[in-house]
Design a protein around this ligand. Structure first.
Ligand code: ARG
Length: 273
């Protein structure tokens, strides 16, 4: 797993409906929360690697977005660099590409340049169905439908199936804000975030889907991370606890409220591979 320390983290502009530059980030508390999250991952048996933070890249701490990480038939370990919607976030991408290059990952270029007009935002929108060769691919707000289309084509020789999912509620701007895989068969989801047809697709992909309320979704319960039979999230609710009990996952609560001011929670703060 890869994380980026929040050394330069702040909320500077509005990239999603959660962000309010007039509400200051408490830097000290952010640093403590990030340390606690890293410790929770480590205690769950995860090896956490670090990419160095870069001054002026205030969202670099959200390590889920800069590259998609995959393993396929044509390339054993590869990344697909993102083309981020926002300029400041585009500047984060080369630092992650460099890190993965140094660690033996091949980089696949989809030609997602300014001229293409397409966007693809890594694991914010591209989500593996655990233990499968299927990637669910959200689009509508940050990744574009065309970006997902190009990604889908590039994944064909890898034997990876890409399932496009249309997002319709701008509050849930990334797929990882409204869908959270618990294991190979089960996921949490907030139905109001999805177009009707995409809801049917989701229902076909999972054996068990646990609905969360809008209220819970706004608290980022769908941005938790299931790892080694733990489910790490910043909030718990009775509905979530029931789902976790059925799936035999141990809830681990880690407050990352300082990061939620930027519209990101547990799942956004790491890249797992
Ligand atoms: N402020 C960041 C942005 O809007 C938050 C990203 C959260 N990451 C995520 N995977 N949802 O780009």
């Amino acid at each position: 797993m890869l994380m980026c320390p929040p050394t330069y983290y702040t909320v500077r502009d509005v990239k999603n409906p959660f962000m309010r530059p007039e509400t200051p980030v408490n830097r000290e508390r952010a640093a403590q929360q990030w340390d606690a999250l890293r410790a929770a991952f480590t205690q769950s048996g995860v090896d956490v690697q670090i990419v160095e933070p870069v001054e002026d890249l205030e969202d670099m701490v959200f390590a889920a977005n800069q590259v998609f990480v995959g393993a396929g038939a044509a390339h054993a370990r590869f990344i697909v660099p993102s083309r981020m919607r926002y300029e400041s976030r585009q500047r984060e991408v080369p630092y992650y590409v460099e890190w993965f290059g140094r660690h033996g990952f091949e980089s696949l270029d989809l030609g997602l340049d300014a001229k293409s007009g397409e966007f693809l935002e890594g694991h914010g929108d591209l989500m593996w169905r655990p233990g499968s060769n299927v990637v669910l691919a959200g689009h509508g707000f940050r990744s574009s439908e065309g970006g997902v289309g190009r990604f889908s084509q590039a994944m064909q020789p890898e034997g990876i199936q890409v399932v496009p999912i249309r997002l319709v509620d701008e509050t849930f701007y990334h797929l990882d804000t409204c869908l959270s895989p618990l294991n190979a068969e089960a996921a949490l989801f907030y139905p109001g975030a999805f177009a009707g047809g995409s809801l049917d697709v989701l229902r076909g992909e999972w054996k068990r889907l646990y609905e969360v309320t809008r209220e819970d979704a706004l608290q980022f319960v769908c941005n938790g991370m299931s790892v080694n039979r733990h489910f790490i999230a910043s909030h718990l609710s009775p509905a979530l606890e029931r789902a976790l009990a059925i799936e035999r996952l141990e809830p681990v609560c880690v407050d990352v409220s300082e990061f939620e001011k930027a519209g990101g929670s547990v799942f956004c703060m790491k890249n797992a591979f």
